[in-house]
Design a protein around this ligand. Structure first.
Ligand code: HEC
Ligand code: HEC
Length: 547
């Protein structure tokens, strides 16, 4: 245990550090930060050596040092410091993965909180993942919490600090293992990609990843990807730049070759790319998003291309028992010429009757499903390549769920673009226990591709609207489940049910299946404790070299 005293007139009163710190060795960090954050004989720098976080976390810390403490950094110094700190004081991939939804800007119901007290205290202004994205010593969590409480007029919350000191400790077995050996990201080459956009369906493609300038290090890349929608429409060519922080955090930006049109969800829009790279660097997954509230995005999965045949995806998510001659499109890479039905394995009860056509990228197969085929998700295999859980076998749709099941949209004003929301109706089957709404239920995919196009109709119901009044003053939901808020903000927040009603699928009571989502449409910013917050606490990693 060491005691430190006030340095350079800064606010560091005697601080007791009870844990071994992570020494700082980067000359730039020492030069730029060392004037206030004193460095001891072990190379530990005050505060910095007792903290680890994501690239976004370090970027936030630097922004604050610049804004509040008058630190001056050029953009390239800032990027270099974020790179160093998110590598040497970063998160192990296993630590980063559970909080990825925060930087991926996903709607996510958080179940990682210790109590309602902490939920109420810590999730009003940001997700709890914001806190869990940091790892600190107990002493550092205490110091952080004191300052945070002071800045935002919060009551002290010992429970949150005690929880974080355990759940988000500085030293963890994952970090010890990960930091023991340094790796350089080596992502150059050809990657196969699958993606989906809510309301639009699946995409597949191929990405080329090339180092920007190999003399400058191998953590910055140029990318180009051709993404083809499975359903219809033409491919999108996207070009981008990305930086890989700490070998596992891909942060980039890309845009389509065509100028984005006026539709807010245009797939050519410029998007931020956030991917989690697996420790073996053979796969990556994440979200590429855009929109004022990052409400639009591709869910992306990538894997390194190999010289072997690869099955990437199937055009549909489910097949019905007792159905015959279903035309299934199987998309892949390096599929051998003249594949035969015997090269495929759909599991027992599902027979490939014949191959209708095939190229090296896709096969159309005609498939029969026995009436007693086992229900549930199953893998599909093509030669040695397996698409896990690619298809669900179902006998009927037992219920539908609207996703996201709770959501936010926002009215606009002079300075804020409106926030939209795309909904989807997902079919479910009751699962092996025969009971709907239990853990073993099987997801069948969006209802539309199951049957005819537009298998559901959409409507909305506004809470607290005067009876009989139209919901138009809040907004409209389109026939494809796309919610657009009204142009003129009614200067109030509104709670709305967004309702999907199946056109043909009926429930046990022979009424059409219905699903609902709880949507809150808000004014663009709100106040809390006298402070004005824009709901989107925008923070972003400097995500690429100047073009
Ligand atoms: C001019 C003095 C000064 C310089 C230079 C400085 N800092 Fe700080 N830093 C502070 C002070 C004061 C605090 C404590 C108050 C606060 O958190 O804002 C602090 C706190 C921090 C914290 C803890 C924040 C938290 O969330 O608990 C981090 C991390 C940090 N600094 C990183 C850096 C880095 C990295 C640099 C170099 C790029 C740097 N600082 C340069 C003054 C400075
Ligand atoms: C009144 C709003 C508000 C509440 C309540 C709140 N925070 Fe924050 N918090 C913020 C803001 C704003 C930021 C963004 C960073 C900034 O501006 O420095 C932030 C950032 C953070 C960070 C990132 C670290 C950093 O230095 O920026 C952590 C960790 C955090 N909060 C933890 C908590 C915990 C734990 C609680 C509950 C005890 C809590 N917050 C409650 C507003 C709040």
């Amino acid at each position: 245990m060491t005691t430190r005293t006030l340095v350079s007139g800064m606010m560091f009163a005697a601080i007791v550090f009870g844990q071994e710190g992570i020494p700082v060795t980067d000359p730039l960090v020492i030069a730029k930060c060392g004037t206030c954050h004193a460095r001891d004989e072990h190379g530990n720098m005050q505060r910095i050596s007792w903290e680890r976080t994501t690239p976004e976390g370090w970027q936030d810390a630097l922004k604050r040092m610049i804004l509040v403490n008058g630190v001056s950094l050029t953009p390239s110094e800032a990027r270099s410091i974020v790179k160093y700190l998110s590598t040497s004081h970063g998160l192990a991939p296993e630590e980063a993965k559970p909080v990825m939804y925060d930087v991926e800007r996903r709607i996510h119901e958080e179940t990682n909180l210790p109590s309602e007290n902490v939920r109420n205290a810590c999730t009003k202004c940001h997700s709890f993942a914001r806190a869990l994205s940091w790892r600190r010593s107990l002493e550092d969590w205490k110091q952080f919490a004191d300052l945070h409480a002071m800045r935002f007029h919060l009551p002290p919350n010992g429970e949150a600090v005690a929880f974080l000191a355990k759940a988000a400790a500085l030293h963890t077995p994952e970090w010890d293992a990960w930091s023991a050996h340094t790796r350089a990201p080596n992502l150059t080459g050809r990657w196969l990609l699958t993606a989906s956009i809510p309301g639009r369906g699946k995409y597949y493609g191929e990405m080329r990843v090339q180092p920007v300038d190999s003399t400058q290090g191998d953590d910055e890349f140029n990318t180009s990807v051709l993404m083809t929608p499975v359903n219809d429409g033409s491919g999108i060519l996207r070009a981008g730049r990305s930086v890989v922080y700490g070998t596992n955090a891909w942060r980039g930006r890309s845009k389509g070759g065509e100028p984005a049109g006026s539709a807010p969800d245009d797939v050519n829009s410029e998007a931020r790319e956030v991917l989690w790279i697996a420790p073996d660097q053979s796969t990556a997954e994440g979200r590429w998003f855009w929109g004022q509230y990052q409400e639009f995005g591709f869910d992306v999965k990538m894997r390194r291309a190999s010289s072997d045949p690869t099955l990437l995806l199937v055009d549909r998510s489910s097949l019905k028992t007792g159905s015959e001659a279903n035309r299934v499109r199987l998309i892949g890479d390096r599929i051998p010429a003249r594949v035969t039905p015997a090269d495929f394995d759909f599991g027992p009860g599902v027979t490939v009757r014949r191959i209708v056509s095939s190229t090296s990228r896709e096969v159309i197969a005609e498939v029969d499903v026995a009436s007693d085929a086992r229900l549930g998700k199953r893998d599909i295999a093509l030669l040695g390549s397996v698409a896990p859980g690619a298809i669900a076998i179902y006998d009927r749709v037992d219920y539908i769920k609207v996703v996201p099941d709770s959501a936010l949209a926002a009215f606009g004003d002079q300075t804020h673009v409106r926030g939209y929301q795309q909904f989807e109706a997902i079919g479910y089957q009751r699962g092996a226990d025969g009971k709907p709404h239990t853990a073993d239920d099987v997801e069948l995919g969006p209802l539309d591709p199951l049957g005819a196009i537009s298998a559901v109709s959409w409507s909305m119901e506004v809470f607290y609207a005067t009876p009989g009044s139209s919901s138009d003053f809040v907004g409209k939901v389109s026939p494809t489940g796309f919610f657009t808020p009204a142009v003129d903000s009614p200067k109030n927040n509104f709670d709305v049910w967004v309702i999907a009603t199946a056109k043909t699928a009926k429930g046990a009571n022979s009424k059409p299946l219905v699903g609902k989502s709880y949507l809150v449409v808000t004014v663009p910013s709100y106040t809390f404790n006298g402070h004005r917050y824009v709901r989107d606490l925008d923070r972003w990693v400097d995500d690429g070299p100047a073009q």
